[in-house]
Write a protein that binds this ligand. Structure first.
Ligand SMILES: Cc1ncc(COP(=O)(O)O)c(C=O)c1O
Length: 361
């Protein structure tokens, strides 16, 4: 038989998202199993989004608006840009893939902090471009190191703030200095702000506000976290109209489904729900930070809706939590062996977590 599959696929493992929650609940015989491994919303979607989905369901036989006009218009008003500067994807995951299809080719280099959100390296590798890794300085993106790795071949730099899985932010001053240092022939700087809504550090930059001065920026955000719509897969990019126009050429004609589009518009129309979600996460983050510290655990200060906690034996601690009905991520799977990545849950889930984790031995 002819060789069909691309050799590069040998370098790309299948993404292991774990078993579906329902299957795990059945397997463990625990209806009360709570997933704190995927950084989902502890409050769920806005009732307005649920109602919009219900209303729209009867139109499921009709293709969605391929241009996602209403959603892009609402998003543009929400973040303060024009609709031409917004691209919507089937999750930020797809936005990344669209970017890669539109921008990366063999010979290009893309600087990626290591560790970071796994799909960055996958999309670059898949396009035949070269990943240039920039190690984190413990838990922080090291912008000086990233800068040193930029060469004339560098097509893009991937930054993530707050960082998944390290929970830290790139600060405003250093980010602006980094962007200024790139000069006229700057590569694309992708700023993944999937968790930005959970920042309360006044020094957390807003990528969209930096766009005017730095047109080489592309900001990525998602409805999966603050808006609680992970199951509908809605992510978006904000950039210059020119960047968005280029990316639009490679996306599938109907890449964002009908239910997702109306739910996302309704979510933006419910600022109280977004604020409630943010408040819950911030309050519970303070609570967990204090209580875990009191129990002897160490972790970087989180600006996200999850914590990266150092533990003596991560696989054993994960099993202990699973036995208590709490699913968390072993840090080894995301580049931090000896840690657990724990999403911030509802107060009762966080109480259960503390009880099951106990004092650091
Ligand atoms: C840093 C980061 N970027 C992007 C995404 C993808 O978001 P989406 O659910 O919109 O595909 C995630 C999801 O966990 C993430 O952690």
């Amino acid at each position: 038989m002819r060789k069909v599959w691309r050799a590069v696929l040998d370098q790309i493992p299948v993404y292991d998202a774990g078993k579906p929650l329902e299957a795990l609940r059945q397997e463990l015989g625990r209806d009360d199993l709570v997933r704190l491994s995927a950084n989902e919303s502890p409050l769920g979607p806005s009732p307005r989004a649920v109602e919009a989905i219900r209303r729209e369901a009867a139109s499921a036989h009709l293709y969605p608006d391929g241009g996602a006009t209403a959603l892009r218009t609402a998003l543009a008003a929400h973040v303060g840009v024009t609709p031409q500067q917004v691209l919507v994807g089937n999750g930020a995951d797809e936005v990344l893939a669209i970017l890669a299809w539109a921008a990366f080719e063999p010979g290009d280099e893309v600087v990626v902090p290591e560790p970071s959100f796994e799909p960055y390296t996958a999309v670059v590798t898949l396009m035949g471009a070269t990943v240039v890794l920039s190690p984190l300085a413990t838990y922080d993106i090291d912008l000086d190191d990233v800068r040193r790795r930029i060469s004339p071949r560098t097509k893009a730099v991937m930054l993530c703030s707050p960082h998944n899985p390290a929970t830290t932010i790139v600060r405003g001053g250093p980010l602006r200095a980094f962007l200024e240092s790139l000069g006229a022939e700057a590569p694309l700087v992708v700023l993944d702000e999937a968790y930005r809504d959970f920042c309360d550090d006044p020094d957390c930059p807003d990528g969209v506000r930096l766009l005017e001065r730095h047109p080489n920026l592309l900001v990525m955000r998602t409805f999966s976290k603050i808006a609680g719509l992970a199951g509908l897969r809605i992510g978006f990019a904000v950039g210059t109209a020119e960047a968005i126009e280029r990316m639009n050429r490679v996306r599938a004609p109907y890449n964002v489904n009908r239910l997702g589009q109306v739910a996302a518009v309704a979510a933006l129309d419910d600022p109280e729900h977004l604020a409630r979600t943010r408040q819950l996460v911030l309050e519970e983050r303070v609570f967990l930070t204090r209580e875990l510290s009191r129990r002897g655990y160490a972790f970087p200060p989180s600006q996200a809706n999850f914590l990266l906690v150092k533990v003596p034996d991560a696989p054993a601690a994960r099993q202990r939590l699973l036995a208590a009905g709490l699913l968390v991520r072993d840090g080894a799977a995301v580049g931090f062996p000896g840690h657990l990545r724990i999403s911030i849950g509802r107060h009762q889930d966080n109480e259960r977590l503390l009880a099951a984790l106990g004092t650091r031995g």
